[in-house]
Ligand binder design. Structure first.
Ligand code: SF4
Ligand code: SF4
Length: 375
């Protein structure tokens, strides 16, 4: 049996790497025994013994265009590729394991689904309604258990060769594969650029969450503020830097990082923040239409509850900067941050097109219309 499982593991890794993944590994149930509930494999697949986790790395040229506000269509296409390929590959592997053994296997949705009350899964809309939404199975925790790397200050996985600018995918299985060795060195150098690129104040610069123990190793990452901050900012309703000089890919110029935490928490926080700032009649009509598109996208993502099945026109990246900035080379990470800081802000023109406006050090303003989404 051992030899057979080891052959299946080799086959499975080959399928993963052939799909374009840059790293892949296998983790065991034991290593996740002391991690938080979202590492509990039984929630998704009773009796699961192993997680197979892999990742797709975002090309640096795509990142430069995204951070520098040259264009974001390449990021949109890469996100679509990574989510759909990750999901299709996970389905293929799960089928392969079940067809070639007596073990069960389950593909894990790469994003867009969360644990609800009574053991039921709920959609992405839930992240706007709850203090802490957790996925059915945390691919990040699984990635640490599978030896891909450690959790960085951002809470994202940081790998040796590709940093944390990654899209994860995975499969759970009852097959007791031999786990891969855990990563020994933590490649997060605590540069904290992940917190500096976040316009919403989601992360603490100094304080950490209680450590998460995976494979006996404590994983330490930043304390989180209200999840609503990231839900609003990552979706793209708003994203303005504290100094007001640059935005994420959104014309919403409310700086959530400046809002005190008490305003971002509590049962009606979503309505308190979103209705007046993004949907009131005082918000220009063209921007309300933009916000409505985001809200509709959220609803559709909620119905599908799996980013691996979203059509291209519904993938519309506007932030995600905390993980994307974290490329492996610290100089390139700094380069992305500097590009962002001088990238200006996004506005909408009368036709609803995105316009980038930058003011350089001498006060000269440049304005241009970057390539738009075709949908
Ligand atoms: S950006 Fe820096 S501090 Fe943040 S996770 Fe990456 S290496 Fe760590
Ligand atoms: S996705 Fe954007 S808003 Fe959310 S935590 Fe990361 S940087 Fe902040």
């Amino acid at each position: 049996m051992k030899a057979y499982l080891s052959k299946v593991k080799i086959d499975v890794k080959k399928v993963v790497l052939d799909s374009g993944a840059v790293v892949a590994g296998v983790g065991s149930r034991d290593r996740l025994a002391m991690a938080p509930p979202s590492a509990d494999m039984d929630y998704c697949l009773k009796g699961a013994q192993s997680c197979i986790i892999w990742a797709y790395a975002v090309p640096f040229e795509v990142l430069k265009n995204y951070f520098g506000k040259v264009e974001r269509v390449s990021m949109k296409k890469f996100s679509y590729y990574a989510y759909t390929t990750g999901w299709a590959t996970a389905e293929r592997i799960a089928r392969y394991i079940e067809d070639n053994s007596a073990f069960k296997a389950l593909p894990v949705a790469p994003n867009g689904v969360y644990r609800g009350a009574g053991g039921k899964n709920v959609s992405v809309n839930h992240v706007l309604d709850t203090e802490r939404a957790v996925p059915p199975f945390s691919l990040r925790y699984g990635a640490v258990a599978a030896g891909l790397g450690h959790l960085g200050w951002s809470g994202n996985i940081v790998t040796e060769k590709y940093g944390g600018s990654l899209f994860l995918a995975g499969v759970l299985t009852t097959a007791p594969f031999e786990p891969d060795p855990m990563a020994t060195v933590n490649h997060c150098n605590k540069c904290k650029l992940c917190t500096q690129v976040c316009t919403t104040g989601f992360f603490s610069q100094i304080e950490s969450e209680p450590p998460v123990i995976i494979g006996g190793v404590p994983q330490v990452y930043s304390r989180r503020n209200a999840q609503l901050r990231c839900a609003i900012g990552c979706a793209g309703f708003t994203g303005l830097s504290r100094d007001g000089r640059w935005s994420t890919w959104t014309p919403g110029h409310v700086c959530l990082a400046r809002l005190p935490e008490r305003r971002m928490t509590g049962r009606y926080a979503k309505y308190r923040i979103m209705l007046p700032k993004f949907f009131s009649p005082l918000v220009p009509a063209v921007q309300r239409r933009f916000n409505k598109n985001i809200r509709d996208g959220f609803r559709l993502a909620g119905e599908i509850a799996n980013f691996g099945l979203l059509p291209l026109d519904k993938i519309s990246p506007r932030c995600g900067l905390c993980s994307l900035v974290c490329v492996a080379d610290p100089r390139q990470r700094r380069e992305l941050f500097e590009l962002l800081r001088s990238s200006g802000k996004v506005y909408l023109d009368g036709q609803g097109r995105e316009v980038v406006r930058k003011v350089d050090a001498s006060g000269r303003t440049t304005e241009y219309v970057p390539p738009q989404e075709q949908h």
